[in-house]
Ligand binder design. Structure first.
Ligand code: SF4
Ligand code: SF4
Length: 382
């Protein structure tokens, strides 16, 4: 139901929406129109190159991702909302240099953001309705094909950096985005005016797996976030040593970005680390049984990968850790876990541990050194 608002009413409502968004705890809010033609071309090229890997859902839905009014008929504007997530006093780069520790992407240390953001956006939608009367809207937080960064840059919330993240010069890139599609004829904000990457390419040279094929173009099949979260099958063997201790997501291309020093600490207690997930040893996490995994990841984004992939990822981290007989013993104990996927990654990890042991330390029994077979990487290198 499209509302008839005078230009003055529409401008006043847009201002009120931004005030309410702040009051609801959002860090920023902007309004975009629905012309995403430029981004549609980019998306089509990216999909045609196969950079989305196993994420077949990226290619589904036809043009609904880049044509908001095909996803929600009648949409005229998108209200884009930012919510900062970095908890206070969590280590980032320091943890990456401690190979016995598990690095979990800093967005996933606390409670899953989807529910919290959806609830807040629904509250905003209701506040709008209380002033504007009945209108058409749909709220999204990763729940539909939405080009959220393209929408956010059009709404003035930042520029899309060479690392393909949305960046704001006063807030870095460690934030979530959500959207409210609406048929209200609100005034659109100006797109973010400037790309501040300049000659920097720290994100590209700093990527552990060399996943960028061009500025802003990521081959997801090489990205550790994809490998540890989206990929359901075996992690390509060639990439495993490059993953280090990153067992759920990766933040490197944000951590090396000079704008990340302007990151705003979250105001949401829900995003603070639970169960010390910001500082746990790999071995400690690997020893969790399935019941422990399920209880300690309840309400967390980590839960979505399931216990099998959790073990798979941790096995890779343990394979990359320095030789430690306790690691070898724990890996060996888990060889009976009923999953070929897990067993193969454990075998690989044992082999890595064995190589390190023979490179300078003690020997481990030969029965712990199995044959490893895993798919080789077939993706494009820069
Ligand atoms: S998240 Fe990590 S692996 Fe993925 S592109 Fe960024 S630095 Fe590379
Ligand atoms: S690291 Fe440099 S090139 Fe990469 S997004 Fe940040 S500013 Fe841009």
């Amino acid at each position: 139901m499209t509302q008839t608002l005078s230009s003055t009413q529409a401008h006043a409502l847009a201002q009120e929406i931004k005030t309410w968004a702040r009051e609801l705890g959002f860090s920023d809010c902007g309004i975009s129109d629905i012309d995403l033609d430029e981004h549609e071309t980019y998306l089509e090229r990216w999909l045609a190159a196969g950079y989305h890997g196993e994420m077949a859902w990226m290619a589904h839905h036809g043009h609904k991702r880049s044509r908001p009014d095909e996803l929600v008929p009648g949409t005229l504007r998108i209200i884009s909302l930012r919510l900062d997530y970095l908890p206070p006093e969590v280590e980032t780069t320091q943890l990456l240099s401690q190979p016995q520790k598990a690095y979990i992407s800093r967005y996933a240390l606390g409670r899953d953001y989807h529910k919290l953001m959806r609830k807040r956006i629904a509250q905003l939608a209701q506040q709008i309705e209380s002033v504007a009367g009945p209108y058409g809207y749909r709220a999204f937080v990763d729940s539909a094909p939405v080009l959220e960064r393209a929408v956010a840059t059009k709404a003035g919330l930042g520029w899309i950096g060479k690392n393909a993240m949305l960046i704001h010069p006063k807030a870095g890139s460690m934030f979530f985005l959500g959207e409210l599609y609406t048929d209200l004829p609100l005034p659109a904000d100006s797109p973010y005016p400037k790309d501040h990457c300049g000659k920097c390419n720290a994100c590209q040279t700093g990527c552990p797996t060399d996943a960028f094929v061009d500025d802003k173009v990521l081959d997801a099949r090489r990205c550790i976030s994809y490998l540890t979260i989206e990929l359901k099958s075996a992690i390509p063997e060639a990439l495993r040593p490059l993953m280090g201790n990153r067992v759920f997501g990766c933040d490197d291309c944000q951590l090396v970005c000079p704008w990340t020093r302007f990151t705003r600490i979250t105001q949401e207690a829900d995003f603070h680390p639970r169960h010390d997930l910001d500082r746990r040893d790999l071995l400690d996490l690997f020893l969790w049984d399935e019941a422990t995994f399920l209880s300690r990841t309840e309400g967390s984004a980590i839960r979505r990968i399931g216990y099998e992939r959790w073990l798979r990822n941790l096995a890779v981290g343990l394979g990359n850790a320095p030789y430690d007989p306790d690691i070898v013993e724990a890996l060996t104990q888990r060889l009976d876990y009923p999953s070929e996927l897990v067993a193969e990654h454990i075998q690989w990890a044992l082999q890595q541990q064995s190589h390190k042991q023979s490179a300078g330390l003690k020997r481990i029994p030969t029965e712990f050194i199995p044959t490893v077979s895993a798919p080789s990487i077939t993706t494009k290198h820069r």
